[in-house]
Write a new protein. Structure first.
Lengths: 264, 578
């Protein structure tokens, strides 16, 4: 969970925060594609290292380190399970190539986390919704998306309160067999569901009272405008994509870092 | 602009037999500040929903009669058109904030109306300035305090330039100082912008000085309508049990005793009326020394039942909610915990039954360290009733609801039946035994929640905000009920913002601010200490405010309760005559 938690947007003001969300989205998708495209350690490391200046550019290195820390356990699991499966399925021996391959998979994972961090840590949900709006997604969906984000902390708090109230009435969730334990969640789920229904009614009432649906041509307080630096960023990203694609298809195979000799 | 005309309005909700509104006829003029009141379920909220066309457009049901807002019929015009004329604000701010930042939320209505961007920016700046949240403009809405959220909801409707603002109990969840701020904002909007204000409120003592007209609802009808003075002294109002401001009560009773000071609405008016009767004299230096805490709790011989030793608690978000709290609560004591929103009151009481475990410090309940005990085990002694009954009611009928805890504690069927009957009886719920808790009214649900905890007869009862959303009659019943529990030797702890409730039942008060206990003592000592109260966002009760000014006429300044006040003034007057 800490991995998801660490991907939450925190307010900031950096060139990356101000970048057009569409450009940023394309950037993330390109990094994502590159991470999947390469299998060797060296190019994957290049993709990873290439992102570090962007992280610094966005003043999010602290949050980024946190998300790496959140992903560390998974990274270790990826590395060891790969290594172990090589060891057990390839005749109980280990070569340097296998270690390198496991390392590159881990590197790919870290690279993916970083690309997501770059996007989600610097893009406010408001801007994201604006980008969706520009992509001609109907406002109703867009509104549902924003509302979902808005109510996550509210619902979490409510669930906690309900749990506390029922535990104060002697409900012990961690006692009993598996099936009876599931039954014990009824006193928690029921109020939560009923409150949510009540809440959605109240929300609808409040939306109506704020002229929801008054006109088809709904305006938006924020506007998206591609600036010069956005175009520049777009050119750089696409340039990087072309160079990488060239490298992938014409320069491979890439040299290895670890020699392929038998280790164990 | 800002007018409402209602003629012969009847309304029945779908699938309900009894009409919710019966023959309402009202004329509201531009620039009025109106207080709507009446016992819960009297139809005031339904009436508000009629004002911007939620009824009949959103709710359907059967509507008869005519209602015109700024001359527009609410039947013919859809709610989004009426939204430009009537800003309707609901009780719970959380359910009417849609956006993630303050300015975006204020823009929501304008965006819906399709306003151009530069106009929106201007309106937003104006609206947030009017309600005083300009510095919060770029803040995330989830970071705001309750009072700030409520002010944001006002700004959000204000941005659409309504000529009428309708608010349904905006201050229910706020501390007294936060509530005063909301009333202040409404007051300026009314005076400076000429906006008609229609307000539903149970906190009469605070609201009354701003309004110039009160409309009383009962059972779907308007039973009284007029100036505050007339309405509060009318018999119809008194009979149905609408809360009357303490100063009105004072003036009325004094008049019965032959002392006419007219009917004051707040303490300044009362003071100005009373002052001419008395000669100024230097405050008596030989003022009787107030009994200390020792004397107050003396009869229980200091046997602590809950002991907190220097406890601290930090939420996972990094907020230090409690910073070294030490507190002893004695057997049979009645304690009120007060302080600003976010002072750590609820966090503290959640430690009493082990829901939260202190990061540092020790908690002893009934002589035993509870660190190793389960919540269920501690709860047998410490019953905790939460603020909102909707956070716990789930069973098919009231009987099941009350027996839930008894089953968890493993009582036998015979005992359960007996305890359920006892609890139903005690809280006057016998008639609802087989009703679903979800169809009951708010006040009844609150009583079911209380019964479901009382059923296992815990020695210590903790109530979080028991008076929120309760009308005058329900509060009175609760007050008597708590006194009754005390006579049975129960220890009762309440967490509350309700100063007047505290003033009348006079418990020991623990005042908290920013995770610490600021002061702890008898109600009389604490409620008269205006400076300390202010630190904790609590305002003294009206009676106390009056007597702190009457001090210079030789009156004691530590008077909390209207009856005591009347007694003191009457005796003084009689002495002066002889």
């Amino acid at each position: 969970m800490s991995l998801l938690e660490s991907l939450r947007f925190t307010k900031g003001d950096s060139p990356l925060h101000r970048m057009d969300p569409r450009v940023k989205f394309i950037m993330t998708m390109i990094i994502f594609t590159l991470s999947i495209l390469f299998f060797d350690l060296i190019p994957l490391m290049v993709v990873f290292v290439f992102q570090i200046p962007i992280v610094i550019y966005g003043h999010i290195w602290k949050e980024w380190l946190k998300s790496l820390k959140g992903g560390a356990v998974l990274a270790v699991i990826i590395f060891t399970t790969n290594l172990l499966s090589f060891y057990f399925f390839q005749g109980m021996h280990l070569t340097g190539g296998m270690v390198e391959y496991s390392l590159s998979l881990t590197m790919r994972f870290l690279s993916l986390i970083t690309s997501f961090s770059l996007f989600f840590l610097t893009t406010s949900p408001d801007k994201l919704s604006l980008a969706l709006e520009k992509a001609k997604i109907p406002f109703e969906f867009n509104f549902a998306f924003i509302t979902a984000i808005r109510f996550v902390p509210v619902l979490a708090e409510e669930a906690q309160t309900i749990m506390d109230a029922q535990r104060s009435r002697g409900l012990e969730l961690d006692k009993g067999a598996f099936l009876s334990r599931i039954r014990k969640y009824i006193p928690i789920l029921l109020p939560l569901i009923i409150n949510s229904i009540r809440r959605s009614l109240e929300l609808a009432e409040a939306m109506e009272s704020r002229a929801f649906g008054a006109t088809k041509n709904r305006t938006n307080l924020y506007e998206l405008k591609m600036t010069k630096s956005d175009y520049l960023a777009l050119i750089i990203i696409i340039g990087a994509l072309i160079v990488s694609l060239y490298a992938r298809f014409y320069l491979s195979p890439f040299p290895k870092v670890i020699s392929g000799t038998l280790l164990i | 602009m800002g007018t409402v005309n209602v003629e012969g309005l009847w309304y029945t909700y779908p699938n309900v037999a009894e009409p919710a509104l019966k023959d309402i006829n009202l004329r509201i003029k531009s620039g009025e500040f109106i207080l709507l009141t009446g016992p819960s379920g009297c139809g005031k909220t339904t009436f508000c929903r009629c004002l911007n066309g939620l009824i009949p457009h959103f709710y359907n049901g059967e509507i008869k009669g005519d209602i015109r807002v700024d001359g527009l019929s609410t039947k013919e015009h859809p709610t989004y058109e009426l939204a430009k004329h009537v800003g309707l604000i609901f009780q719970n701010p959380d359910n009417q904030i849609f956006s993630l930042t303050v300015e975006k939320d204020v823009a929501f209505g304008l965006e819906n109306l399709g306003e151009p961007k530069d106009k929106m920016v201007k309106e937003i700046e104006w609206a947030i300035d009017r309600v005083g949240i300009t510095p919060l403009r770029e803040r995330g809405t989830h970071e705001l305090s309750g009072g700030q959220k409520q002010r944001l909801t006002i700004a959000s409707v204000l941005a659409m330039h309504p000529s009428i603002i309708v608010m349904d109990e905006p201050t229910a969840y706020l501390d007294p100082v936060g509530a005063e701020k909301i009333f202040g904002v409404l007051h300026t909007l009314n005076k400076e912008q000429g906006i008609t204000i229609i307000l539903i409120e149970h906190r009469m003592d605070l609201a009354v000085k701003h309004c110039n007209r009160i409309i009383v609802f009962n059972k779907g009808q308007v039973i009284n309508d007029g100036s505050p003075r007339d309405v509060f002294t009318a018999d119809e109002t008194r009979v149905i049990g609408v809360g009357v401001p303490r100063m009105v009560e004072l003036g009325r009773k004094l008049r019965q005793n032959g002392i006419d000071i007219n009917i004051p609405l707040d303490f300044t008016e009362a003071f100005n009326a009373l002052a001419p009767f008395f000669k100024e004299c230097t405050p008596s230096t030989t003022k009787e020394i107030l009994p200390g805490l020792n004397d107050v709790v003396g009869e229980y011989g200091y046997s602590p039942i809950i002991q907190l030793e220097n406890i601290s608690y930090t939420y996972f978000t990094g907020v230090d909610a409690l910073k070294g709290v030490t507190l002893d609560i004695n057997r049979g004591e009645y304690v009120a915990i007060m302080g600003e929103n976010g002072a750590g009151k609820t966090t503290m009481v959640k430690h009493f039954n082990g829901l939260l475990r202190p990061k540092e410090g020790k908690i002893i309940v009934d002589g035993e360290d509870i660190a190793k005990q389960s919540v269920a085990a501690i709860s047998r002694k410490v019953g905790l009733v939460f603020q909102n009954p909707d956070d716990q009611l789930f069973a098919e009928d009231v009987e099941e609801e009350i027996s839930f805890a008894l089953r968890n504690f493993g009582y036998g069927e015979d005992v359960i039946r007996e305890r359920v009957n006892w609890a139903l009886n005690l809280l006057d719920l016998e008639n609802y035994r087989k009703s679903s808790p979800f169809i009951l009214s708010g006040g009844e649900r609150k009583r079911v929640a209380l019964a479901s905890v009382l059923a296992w007869n815990p020695d210590i009862l903790i109530l979080d905000e028991p008076t929120v959303g309760q009308d005058y009659g329900q509060k009175e019943r609760l007050k008597h009920f708590l006194l009754q529990l005390r006579t049975q030797g129960k220890t009762v702890v309440i967490v509350t913002h309700d100063v007047e409730f505290v003033a009348e039942s006079q418990p020991r008060i623990v005042l908290m601010s920013q995770g610490k206990i600021v002061v702890d003592g008898a109600a009389k000592n604490i409620m008269t200490d205006e400076k300390t109260l202010k630190v904790c966002s609590v305002a003294p009760p009206e009676v106390t405010k009056l007597f702190s000014r009457l001090d210079k006429f030789g009156f004691p300044s530590d008077v909390l309760d209207v009856d005591e006040a009347i007694d003191l003034i009457t005796r003084r007057m009689k002495r002066a005559k002889t």
